[in-house]
Design a protein around this ligand. Structure first.
Ligand code: NAP
Length: 328
C-alpha cells in the first residue's frame, strides 16, 4: 500500500511533541516535509530531523512539492482558512487544527473547495476509544433518552507570546477550548441548538465562559470553559434513566480513560485503556483518503460547530439569548 505522505505547515511544540510522532507511528503514514514561514527554516529543520523529513522555505514551497499528499495545518486560528484553501487549491488533502474557521460561512467555502479531496478539522478526541465507547453507551439506550449534556474544558495557560490571547489571531477561550466543549452536545443530540446564551469573562479576548443551549423538547446543554481556571476536561450525559460521565475527555493520550455509568440499577465504572487520540485520528484520516469517503468529522459538522461558536460570541457581546435560524 502506498503510504500517505504528510507535509506540515508551521513548526511548533504541539506538532513536534504530539502530532508528528503519532503520524510517524501510524502504519501507512509518513512525515515527509515540514515548512516554516520564510526565515524560520532552522525551527522547521529541528522539527523535521527525527522523521528524516524534508524542509521547505515557506508554506507555498511545501504546497508545490508533488511528493506531498496531505497537509497538516497547526497555525494560529485566523490562518486556518487561507492555508486550507491554498492547500486544497494545490490538490492536497487537509487536516486542519480546530477551529477549522471562525465562521460557518468559511467552513462552507472550504467544504465547497474540497470537491473530491478530504478535509477534516482535527477533533482528535472523537477517534479516541474512550469517546467511541461513550457514544456506544449513549446509543445503547442504557441511560434512557438524553436530556442534558454537561461539558467543561479548562486549563490555565501562560499568556506571554501566546497566540490564544491575541484577538488579531483568533484568540480566546471560545475558539481554543470552548469548541471542544460545544462540539459534544452537537454530536450527542445529533441536532443543532435552537437558542444559546453565553456570559464571558474577557480582557482582550474571552478568557472564560459559561453557556447554555436549548435543543428543544426539554433537551439542553450546560457548558463552561476557560483559559484561566484549573484543569478540567470532562463531559456528562444525563438521561431519563441515568447518566454517563466521561473523565479526561480531551487532554490525555497517556492515561487510562474512565467512564462512569449511573442508572436506576446501580453504578458501574468502565476503564478504557490508554490510547493515543492523534494516532487514531491519523488512521481515520488516511482511511478516508484511501476509501474516498467523508470523514467522521465532516466539514458540514465543522460548519455547525462554527455556527454555534459565532452565536455564543454574539450572545456574550449583546447580553441576550441568540436564536439560531433553522438549517435547510
Ligand atoms: N488538537 C490539539 O491537541 C491542539 C493542541 C495545541 C494547539 N492546537 C491548535 O493548533 C493551532 C496552533 O496552536 P499552537 O499552540 O501550536 O500555536 P503556536 O505554537 O503559537 O504557533 C503555531 C505556528 O504558527 C506560526 N505562527 C506563530 N505565531 C504566528 C503569527 N503571529 N503569525 C503567523 N504565524 C504564526 C508559527 O509557524 P512557523 O514555524 O511557520 O513560524 C508557529 O510555529 C491552533 O489552532 C490551536 O487551536 C491544537
Amino acid at each position: 500500500m502506498k503510504p500517505l505522505r504528510w507535509g506540515v505547515l508551521g513548526a511548533t511544540a504541539h506538532i513536534s511533541g504530539r502530532v508528528l510522532p503519532a503520524i510517524h507511528r501510524t502504519p501507512g503514514n509518513v512525515v515527509a516535509a515540514v515548512a516554516s514561514r520564510p526565515g524560520r527554516q532552522a525551527a522547521a529543520a529541528e522539527v523535521a530531523r527525527p522523521f528524516g523529513a524534508r524542509v521547505h522555505d515557506g508554506y507555498d514551497a511545501l504546497l508545490a512539492d508533488p511528493d506531498i499528499d496531505a497537509v497538516y495545518i497547526a497555525l494560529p486560528n485566523t490562518r486556518h482558512v487561507p492555508w486550507t484553501l491554498r492547500s486544497l487549491d494545490a490538490g492536497k488533502h487537509v487536516l486542519v487544527e480546530k477551529p477549522m474557521a471562525l465562521s460557518e460561512e468559511d467552513c462552507v467555502r472550504i467544504e465547497r473547495a474540497a470537491a473530491d479531496l478530504v478535509v477534516m478539522e482535527a477533533y482528535m478526541y472523537r477517534f479516541h476509544p474512550q469517546q467511541v465507547r461513550a457514544a456506544e453507551l449513549l446509543a445503547s439506550g442504557e441511560i434512557g433518552d438524553l436530556r442534558v449534556v454537561r461539558s467543561a474544558f479548562a486549563y490555565p495557560t501562560a499568556t506571554e507570546g501566546n497566540i490564544r490571547f491575541d484577538p488579531a489571531l483568533g484568540g480566546g477561550a471560545t475558539w481554543d477550548v470552548g469548541c471542544y466543549a460545544f462540539d459534544v452536545p452537537l454530536w450527542a443530540f445529533g441536532a443543532d441548538p435552537l437558542r444559546v446564551r453565553a456570559t464571558f469573562h474577557s480582557r482582550e479576548v474571552d478568557l472564560s465562559a459559561v453557556a447554555t443551549m436549548d435543543f428543544g423538547d426539554g433537551r439542553s446543554a450546560v457548558l463552561d470553559y476557560s483559559l484561566e481556571y484549573g484543569p478540567r476536561a470532562a463531559y456528562e450525559f444525563q438521561g431519563t434513566r441515568g447518566s454517563i460521565s466521561v473523565r479526561n475527555a480531551w487532554t490525555s493520550p497517556v492515561e487510562d480513560g474512565l467512564i462512569t455509568v449511573v442508572t436506576l440499577d446501580g453504578v458501574r465504572d468502565e476503564v478504557v485503556p490508554a490510547a493515543d487520540a492523534y494516532e487514531h485520528q491519523t488512521a481515520a484520516f488516511a482511511e478516508a483518503v484511501r476509501e474516498k469517503v467523508t470523514p467522521l468529522v465532516s466539514p458540514a459538522h465543522s460548519a455547525r460547530t462554527a455556527r454555534v461558536g459565532e452565536a455564543l460570541v454574539r450572545s456574550a457581546a449583546t447580553g441576550a439569548e441568540v436564536t439560531l435560524r433553522r438549517r435547510p
